[in-house]
Design a binder for this molecule. Structure first.
Ligand code: HAM
Length: 424
């Protein structure tokens, strides 16, 4: 039998219901903040991610799915959403006509060739937001509050918000020099990747998975000690605005993020749930003031974040949170024989078009089996249509919860259900 590719998964049953439910929650939340929905292609020119995510990142050097298409173009399956949204922002000139800030949200599959384990897949889904055109620290705080409020709305308690600042480009340069001086005497003892990172981008040594426990790494200089006055002020304001919107956080200097585009604020929300497992970063993001220019656009700043959907599901499960998705149907229609089917189908269609979630028996079940099926589908009402009902234009309708039975005229059906079924 052909099986799914390693690191991928199928969505079916309750997981499908949860995805749609959470997507609705995310849509409703981002609407409140006035974000606009965007979609960008799942594959893009490889160059976009080299320039966008960064040549020295693990994502680009080790994890992308790259291929040549039949026209000999270098194509990459997107490993993350930001670079594509930035490309779309620039290509569609969304910065024109005073339309800034441009605030967007997205949902979709991302692809990374990582070692699969619980909470880590090769195809996974991200929700994200990207906002363009405002340098105001209020925007950094807004994005972090979107990230935190989605967990709040879903009822997740065990979260810890870590924030940090990398500063502007001059602060980053000062920090980079400090890191080089710090690592130089020890670099011979590091892994081959880190030796390369030392020359290209020493910041990436900080997220090395092999050398992570080395003392020289744990006592490396901290970004916040190298912030210039302007960067410090920006970070102080972010903290002030986070307090204003009621987001609790800790300043954690070890958060540097694994992508190259960040400036100023970076943040991660981790699951603070006992026995959650090692893949506990639920979401991450930050400000990226040079990225739009880097991808060929004007000097416009950006800030955003993305949430791992599967890790969110794991966290909800770990806290035994039941989502309130509609798990039943309004009406189950049971024709007693072949003769009543056309009439039953007409009624079913009317119900569906009037907004009632309705199912009909397609299996030719006998009455007791139909009652069982209505239970299985968690139906609120069952309509039984036999010879007599058809002849007299009446319906037998039974409340499947109270077991009370009514005889009503067919033309009264919609009114009856309007009066008796609560709006979702
Ligand atoms: P990231 O930290 O690489 O950031 O990914 C964001 C989230 O996606 C992670 O916190 C994690 O929950 C989830 N995730 C990442 N890799 C996997 C995987 N292999 N399997 C399952 N879940 C995964 C970004 O992607 C940035 N684009 C975020 C951003 C947006 N920054 C600014 N704007």
């Amino acid at each position: 039998m052909i099986q799914k590719v390693k690191g991928t998964f199928d969505v079916y049953g309750d997981k499908g219901k949860k995805i749609l439910y959470i997507k609705d929650v995310f849509k409703a939340l981002t609407e409140k903040y006035n974000y606009e929905y965007v979609e960008t292609p799942i594959f893009e020119s490889s160059e976009l991610f080299h320039r966008g995510v960064g040549e020295s990142t693990d994502i680009v050097t080790k994890e992308t799915y790259d291929f040549k298409d039949r026209g000999d173009r270098n194509i990459t399956l997107r490993p993350e959403g930001t670079a594509g949204v930035v490309r779309s922002f620039v290509e569609n000139k969304m910065y024109a006509n005073g339309a800034l800030p441009y605030k967007t949200w997205y949902f979709g599959p991302m692809f990374r060739y990582e070692r699969p384990q619980s909470g880590r897949f090769r195809q996974f889904n991200q929700f994200g937001v990207e906002v363009f055109g405002s340098d105001d620290p209020m925007m950094d705080a807004e994005v972090i509050s979107v990230a935190v409020n989605i967990y709040k709305i879903l009822g997740l308690k065990g979260i810890k918000v870590n924030i940090n600042s990398l500063g502007d480009s001059s602060s980053r340069d000062a920090y980079r020099n400090a890191l080089i001086e710090h690592f130089r005497p020890h670099i011979d003892g590091f892994c081959e990747d880190c030796k390369e990172r030392f020359n290209k981008n020493p910041l990436r040594i900080l997220d090395c998975k092999i050398d992570k426990d080395k003392e020289v790494l744990t006592n490396a200089p901290k970004t916040i000690d190298y912030l210039n006055e302007e960067s410090k002020q920006h970070f102080d304001k972010v903290k002030e605005y986070l307090d204003a919107v009621g987001v609790e956080y800790v300043v954690n200097p070890s958060v540097v993020r694994g992508l190259d585009y960040y400036t100023h604020t970076v943040f991660e929300v981790e699951a603070d749930i006992p026995s959650f497992g090692s893949q506990n970063v639920l979401c991450g993001g930050g400000r990226y003031n040079g990225l739009v220019e880097n991808i060929g656009g004007p000097k416009v700043s950006g800030v955003g974040y993305a949430l791992g959907f599967e890790r969110l599901l794991n966290a909800l499960e770990a806290e035994n949170i039941e989502l309130d998705y509609n798990n039943g149907i309004d009406v189950y229609v049971a024709p007693m024989s072949e003769n009543e089917k056309t009439y039953a189908l007409e009624i079913t269609n009317d119900l569906r078009m009037s907004g009632f979630k309705t199912e009909i028996d397609y299996m030719g079940r006998k009455l007791p089996a139909n009652f069982k099926q209505a239970d299985r589908l968690n139906a609120t009402y069952i309509i039984i249509i036999g010879e007599e009902e058809l002849k007299n234009n009446i319906l037998t309708i039974k409340n499947n919860k109270t077991k009370q039975e009514y005889k009503i005229e067919t033309k009264e059906l919609i009114n009856f259900l309007d009066d008796n079924i609560e709006e979702e």
